[in-house]
Design a protein around this ligand. Structure first.
Ligand code: GLU
Length: 422
């Protein structure tokens, strides 16, 4: 087929991840060989996951685990259940985990898993079988000292319990450190379930304060109302921020005077969506991204702020609760407009920080009090915020470039100290 003009290059998470790495490698003065080494995942596993359905048939699902880097320690990162997930998306997400862990100084590399399944279309029994079979397929490459999965989109503490049980059954003893984000009854950490949101709120308040807006006078919109967005909206509201809009995949809700987030949570518990909440006006989900607010928290998936809508983003601060919500093209547009973008690897690092605390508690066989977890989370994430802000001011770059530069330098330093084998 002949085309009049070449097709536009599609933005993808992997291209964005590579562009961000390229920027950091150039800023650090490293060569193309270092870029190639850091752009290439150390290990990738693609597996078939045959699932016996409740109706008795067999569905064959595709699964992945990508271990991007081990220079600073075992690989670490979530497992995503989502119908469209593919190897390239998992590669991007795994790479972002490496930078995130290095930025907040955790002794980990980065990894990510994916299973192409829509959890809303399957019974609990089917999800359990799919999770256990996926786990057994990736069993040789995971473990507390190798690679430690955690929840991500479409997975939760029940998923982690099944992974831990499958892994433990195959080893003949209980291995709590093989996953994080477990139920409390299996050695999960207090504060883990809301840790990502807690971190998002802490960093958002620091960023608002940095541009001279106190929590009391601030307005916010939150796109995505799942594991990250829901509690982030609550924590922001508790800090005095007026949360004027939220959305999920079914639609959005807007109220200029601020949403009653507690009433909204009750509505969502009953109906499974923010849609139909009578404490605000219905709006299109996509419009939540372009409201005139001080703070925008994209807390769903990659690429939602892109070349098409970035010029319409009116928020003064964007705090990335999701991984990769802003494409490279959108990043440039937002920078031109003076929008402060707090990058994902900093903004949503609260989850993996408390995952690390959970793993440390498993290794110590000792449970920390909630205050200990939350104090240490606050200290660590705010230290990273200050470090990134200082670096961005010193280097005259965006917060993302500053964060990436710090992270990439740490990973490369570890690599250099270890040397290349053989
Ligand atoms: N899935 C989360 C993330 O993207 C948490 C990962 C973890 O705790 O290992 O950061």
């Amino acid at each position: 087929m002949l085309l009049d003009s070449p097709p536009a290059v599609q933005a993808t998470p992997l291209l964005d991840a590579h562009a961000q790495l390229r920027g950091a490698v150039d800023a650090l003065g490293y060569g193309e060989d270092v870029f190639q080494m850091l752009a290439t995942p150390r290990r990738e596993l693609s597996v078939a996951v045959p699932l016996r359905t409740d109706a008795g048939g067999i569905m064959t699902l595709r699964g992945y685990r990508v271990q991007h880097n081990f220079s600073r320690g075992p690989a670490k990162g979530g497992l995503r259940f989502s119908p469209g997930v593919d190897l390239d998306e998992v590669r991007a997400l795994a790479m972002w985990m490496t930078w995130k862990c290095a930025l907040v100084d955790l002794p980990y590399g980065g990894a990510k898993g994916g299973l192409a399944i829509d959890p809303s279309e399957h019974s609990t029994a089917e999800l359990e079988r799919a999770t256990r079979r996926y786990t057994s397929e990736i069993l040789p490459i995971i473990g507390p000292e190798r690679d430690v999965p955690a929840p991500d989109i479409g997975t939760d503490e029940q998923t982690m319990a099944w992974i831990m049980d499958t892994y433990s059954a195959n080893h003949g003893y209980t291995v709590p450190g093989v996953v994080t984000g477990k139920p409390l009854s299996l050695g999960g950490s207090l504060g883990r379930a809301t840790a990502t949101s807690r971190g998002v709120a802490l960093v958002a308040l620091a960023a608002l304060e940095h541009i001279g807006i106190g929590a009391g006078g601030a307005t916010a919109s939150v796109q995505g109302y799942g594991k990250v967005g829901r509690a982030a909206a609550r924590f922001l509201a508790e800090a005095g921020v007026r949360v004027v809009a939220v959305s999920d995949r079914f639609g959005g809700i807007h109220r200029t005077a601020g949403l009653d987030v507690q009433a909204l949570e009750r509505h969502v518990d009953l109906h499974g969506t923010v849609r139909g909440f009578d404490g605000g006006d219905s709006i299109d989900g996509a419009d939540v991204l372009t409201l005139e607010v001080d703070l925008l928290v994209p807390a769903a998936v990659e690429g939602v702020i892109n070349e098409t809508n970035a010029r319409n983003v009116l928020a003064r601060v964007v705090v990335e609760g999701a991984n990769g919500p802003t494409t490279t093209a959108a990043d440039a547009i937002l920078a031109e407009r003076g929008t402060l973008v707090v990058p994902d690897i900093l903004a949503n690092s609260g989850g993996v920080i408390v995952s690390y605390f959970e793993w440390a508690q498993a290794n110590q066989t000792y449970r920390w009090a909630l205050e200990t977890v939350e104090d240490r989370l606050r200290t660590r994430i705010l230290a990273a915020w200050t470090e990134v802000l200082d670096a961005s001011q010193r280097r005259g770059t965006s917060l993302r470039r500053a964060a990436m530069t710090i992270a990439v330098e740490r990973v490369y330093d570890a690599h250099r100290s270890r040397g290349l084998y053989p």
